[in-house]
Write a protein that binds this ligand. Structure first.
Ligand code: AMP
Length: 307
C-alpha cells in the first residue's frame, strides 16, 4: 500500500532550551514521510528551491521515499523559524517564508495516481484541495493544518475539510477552528465540518480520537493514547507530523481497517512522535530502526495496561 503526501518541504531554524539549529531540513511532508516510511511506501508532492541539494535529497532516498513529485523551482525553498523557549508544547513562529510555495501548481506524477491513501500535510489549503481533487480514487484521506491557515485562510480550509475522512490537529487549533473553549464541544463542532474522525494531539499529554457516529469502523468511541513521559525533549518540531506519519502509515499497512486498527494506529503515532522529539529536526527519525519502534510500542502497552 502507498501513501501520497502533499505538504511543505522546508528549511527550519529552530531554538529550544536544548540549543539551536539553523536551516536544517524540515517541513510537514518531510517529517510525515520519514515516519510513515517505516510502515508503507510513501510518495511526496512538494516544491523546493535551488537551495535543496543532494544532502537533503539523500535523507528521503535513504528511506526509499519516492520524490519524483518534488518539483525543483527557481528561488528559495519554504523557510520557517520557530522557538520553544517559552513553551515546549507550542512553537512560537518567528518567520514563515513561503518562497517557491507561493506560486506552486502541484503536478501529480502518473506513478502516484493509484495511491489508496492520501495525506494532506500542513500547507496552503488551496494546494491541499487541488491535490485532493486530482486524486479521486484515494480511499482514505487524512490531513493536518495549523493556526496560520485557520486564522487567515479559513474559507479555503473549510473547503478542504469537506473532502477529509480524518483530520489531525492539536488542541489549540481545534478550539480555534471551532471557536469554542471546551475541547469536547469544539471536537463535536469540527466533526460537522467534514471529517468523520478527528485526532486531537495534546503534545506531551498524548492524543484523543473523536468520531462521528457512522455505520462503518470509524464510528467508534472516543479513544485516548498517552504520550511517553520523557526526561528530555530536545526539539518538538515535527512531532505532530511524525505522529501523523506513524498513525496513517500503520493504517495504510493493514489488510483491513477495523476499530482496533485505528486504536493501534494512535499508539504507533505516539511512538513516532516520541522518537521525533529526542533530537533536532529529522535527526532521530533518520537513524531509527524497526526494532526500536517495536520495543517502544511494547513500552507504551506497559504504560497503559491494567493487568
Ligand atoms: P509540527 O509537526 O507541527 O511541529 O510541524 C513542524 C513543521 O511544520 C516544520 O518543519 C515547518 O517547516 C512546518 N511549517 C511551519 N509553518 C508552516 C506553514 N505555515 N505551512 C506549512 N508548513 C509549516
Amino acid at each position: 500500500m502507498a501513501i501520497t503526501v502533499v505538504g511543505s518541504v522546508a528549511f527550519d531554524s529552530i531554538e529550544t532550551p536544548a540549543g539551536r539549529r539553523e536551516r536544517c531540513l524540515g517541513g510537514a511532508a518531510t517529517h510525515f514521510s520519514l515516519a510513515a516510511s517505516f510502515f508503507c511506501d510513501v510518495r511526496v508532492i512538494a516544491v523546493v528551491g535551488e537551495d535543496f541539494g543532494p544532502e537533503q535529497e539523500a535523507v528521503f532516498k535513504a528511506r526509499d521515499i519516492d520524490i519524483r513529485g518534488i518539483e525543483r523551482a527557481k528561488g528559495k525553498s519554504f523557510f520557517w523559524a520557530g522557538s520553544y523557549l517559552d513553551n515546549l508544547n507550542e512553537a512560537k513562529t518567528q518567520a514563515t517564508e513561503l518562497n517557491v510555495f507561493g506560486s506552486f501548481q502541484p503536478k501529480i506524477p502518473e506513478a502516484y495516481r493509484d495511491s489508496e491513501f492520501l495525506f494532506l500535510a500542513n500547507i496552503d489549503p488551496v494546494l491541499q484541495r487541488h491535490v485532493r481533487e486530482a486524486m479521486p480514487k484515494a480511499k482514505l484521506v487524512a490531513g493536518d493544518t495549523m493556526n496560520y491557515w485557520i486564522k487567515d485562510h479559513r474559507p479555503a480550509l473549510l473547503e478542504v475539510l469537506k473532502g477529509l475522512d480524518i483530520l489531525l490537529i492539536n488542541d489549540t487549533e481545534t478550539r480555534m477552528l471551532a471557536d469554542k473553549s471546551n475541547l469536547v464541544q469544539a471536537a463535536r463542532s469540527v466533526l460537522t465540518m467534514g471529517p468523520r474522525m478527528l485526532v486531537v494531539k495534546h503534545g506531551e499529554y498524548g492524543a484523543t480520537a473523536f468520531h462521528r457516529a457512522t455505520p462503518d469502523g470509524l464510528g467508534a468511541k472516543t479513544f485516548r493514547a498517552p504520550a511517553l513521559p520523557l526526561e528530555e525533549v530536545v526539539d518538538p518540531t515535527g512531532a505532530g507530523d511524525s505522529f501523523a506519519g506513524g498513525f496513517f502509515g500503520y493504517l495504510a499497512a493493514q489488510p483491513e481497517l477495523t476499530p482496533g486498527s485505528f486504536r493501534r494506529a494512535m499508539f504507533y503515532g505516539s511512538v513516532m512522535g516520541s522518537f521525533a522529539v529526542e533530537r533536532f529536526g529529522t535527526e532521530r527519525l533518520q537513524k531509527l530502526t524497526h526494532q526500536e519502534i517495536e520495543e517502544r510500542f511494547l513500552l507504551f502497552r506497559e504504560l497503559t495496561h491494567l493487568d
